[in-house]
Design a protein around this ligand. Structure first.
Ligand code: ADP
Ligand code: MG
Length: 202
């Protein structure tokens, strides 16, 4: 088990994607093409394989390198989107975030990059329905950012159930996309939980 924070974050995120790959795939079978779990597992397996190299980098470089690895290995719509998230977070990151403001600036840059890349925003039944409320919750609750982020992730995910998808493959289903959780929102919520668990433990 890795002792440094970046290493533990990497380990925890890779583990949660691996453990929930089948669930993500099942969600994508309902409103997409059934590959989200496979895509995400392939991407995070590539991160795990590069763990030694990633851990030697400072946070900005590690996030940018991880983002590039996701673009190259996840595929699908979610690869470039998660890749953009991490690369933009890396560009905005300071070496050692020391306050909630540092995390908020980093996350805001990442979320803005996903919006731009996906030409999307909240309400389209995507990962943004988790990422945007998480960002806002952290901003509003600097005293308990992890608790706020977890709750926002869970509520944002659940809210996708009633939405009709207007972006991505699920939008092809029109009204039939209603009544299902969005797979990308679920993977984002899993990542938020894994990251919060590590940060609260550190
Ligand atoms: P694909 O749809 O190409 O098969 P995945 O199944 O890996 O790719 O990822 C699907 C997820 O990507 C969706 O559940 C959704 O959360 C996210 N997504 C798709 N299109 C967009 C978009 N334009 N903006 C934001 N997120 C999107
Ligand atoms: Mg898919």
């Amino acid at each position: 088990m890795s002792s440094n924070l970046n290493g533990r974050l990497l380990e925890a995120t890779c583990q949660t994607i691996s453990e929930h790959a089948d669930e993500l795939t099942r969600l994508d079978q309902a409103i997409g093409d059934g590959d989200h779990g496979i895509n995400m597992k392939r991407g995070f397996d590539a991160l795990a394989a590069a763990a030694e190299e990633l851990q030697q980098l400072d946070l900005p470089s590690a996030l940018q390198k991880a983002g590039m690895l996701l673009v190259m290995n996840v595929g699908g719509a979610s690869g470039p989107l998660y890749g953009s998230l991490l690369m933009a977070m890396g560009k905005a990151a300071v070496d050692t975030p020391s306050c909630v403001d540092d995390v908020v600036s980093m996350l805001r840059a990442g979320v803005d990059a996903v919006k731009a890349r996906g030409k999307s925003d909240v309400g389209a039944k995507t990962m943004l329905d988790v990422l945007v409320p998480v960002l806002e919750a952290i901003e509003k609750n600097p005293a308990s950012p992890c608790a706020a982020a977890r709750q926002a992730a869970d509520m944002g995910l659940e809210a996708t159930r009633a939405m009709q998808a207007t972006k991505g493959r699920a939008s092809f289903l029109g009204e039939r996309s209603i009544g299902h959780l969005d797979p990308g929102a679920r993977s984002s919520a899993l990542l938020v939980h894994a990251i919060c668990n590590v940060l609260e433990d550190s």
